[in-house]
Design a protein around this ligand. Structure first.
Ligand code: AR6
Length: 323
């Protein structure tokens, strides 16, 4: 049992490793999320301690030690380059063994993190300082415990040229067909990149009507979620525009219901479904701007993923014309 309480901390180590590799607010959010998950699993952390009678000895590269709420035990501390002092905690005994040999105790993760609110001189907790370190600041700990996002909320419309399946964003939108069972174009690319588990989840959704949207996990994508929407096949009728607008509107609404704050859209219907790109871009931009205007306090970053330069230029042209 005690082992589970530590071994499951691997998800924290993985999230920290991803933060080291990729950086960015999403990766930081993922670390906070991993801590929250482990708290709900009653996980523990390994804390290096010294008996009170032991001479105060610093951990490399730390300076000094302080008492910190945990009965009489002295916690080992370390100092970062900017002179800030940090308590030390490890996600596993293995991480602890990477440093100087010391006595350790395991303590419920929630108690360790809740203790941070009483820190006076300490900036926070240095997690795994001898491996892939994460300096968990007091402010970030408090946000994490409160279940708040670590990334600031903002409203923005952005444009990206390239493959939507590679994007580092919370959610990407798929221009699917009503079966939701995959197809060509961006749909095919998303299914290939996400892996076959996506198809399994899609089977459970029993299709989707034109203009509507459904959500799945992102599986092997960097994006945690995929919203599948079905654009209209272009016939040049008024209802085409209404259905295309509904795709964007319903996707944004579904994103909000799932606490998603960044989303990338492909140019829905403008490939196999034959919607003229400029008309489609006008609708997409109008819905996005309208949605942000009516949800100012929510904070949504909307990215239009343009597969090629031509699509990007069309969005920019429409943007200028409507400015
Ligand atoms: N990243 C970003 N955009 C892409 C990518 C990509 N990897 N691949 C294509 N696009 P389409 P539709 C652009 O045909 O018109 C499927 O078979 C592409 O250049 O993918 O809504 C479904 O299963 C174009 O601008 O979607 C449906 O049966 C845009 O994505 C049908 O196609 C949409 O093109 C849906 O047709």
């Amino acid at each position: 049992m005690a082992e589970d309480r530590l071994s499951g901390n691997r998800i924290i180590e993985e999230a920290i490793a991803a933060l080291h590799e990729q950086g960015g607010v999403q990766a930081l959010d993922a670390v906070a999320e991993a801590f929250r998950k482990r708290i709900s699993d009653n996980a523990e952390l390994v804390i290096p301690v010294m008996q009170p009678e032991t001479a105060v000895k610093s951990m490399r590269p730390g300076k000094g030690a302080g008492t910190n709420g945990l009965s009489d035990l002295r916690l080992l501390q370390m100092q970062s380059d900017d002179g800030k002092r940090w308590n030390v905690a490890f996600t596993s005994l293995e991480e602890a063994s990477k440093g100087e040999k010391t006595t350790t105790v395991t303590i419920p993760m929630e108690n360790v993190l809740r203790g941070a609110k009483d820190f006076k001189q300490e900036a926070g907790i240095a997690i795994n300082p001898f491996g892939k370190a994460f300096l968990f600041s007091k402010e970030l700990i408090e946000k994490t415990l409160a279940g708040e996002r670590t990334a600031p909320l903002e409203n923005k419309i952005l444009f990206d040229i390239g493959d939507i399946t590679k994007m580092d964003i919370e959610c990407i939108v798929n221009a699917a067909n009503s079966s939701l069972l995959g197809g060509g174009g961006v749909d095919g690319a998303i299914h290939r990149a996400a892996g076959k588990e996506l198809l399994e989840e899609c089977r459970e959704l029993h299709g989707c009507k034109t203009g509507q949207a459904k959500i799945t996990k992102g599986y092997n994508l960097k994006a945690k979620h995929i919203i599948h929407t079905v654009g209209p096949v272009y016939h040049g009728k008024e209802s085409d525009a209404q259905l295309l607008a509904a795709c964007y509107q319903n996707s944004l609404e579904l994103a909000r219901q799932n606490n998603i704050h960044s989303i990338a859209f492909p140019a829905i219907s403008t490939g196999i479904y034959g919607y003229p790109k400029e008309e489609a871009a006008t609708i997409a931009l109008a819905v996005a701007a309208g949605w942000i205007a009516t949800h100012k306090d929510y904070g949504m970053v909307i990215v239009f993923s343009c597969f090629d330069r031509e699509t990007y230029d069309i969005y920019q042209k429409v943007l200028k014309e409507n400015a």
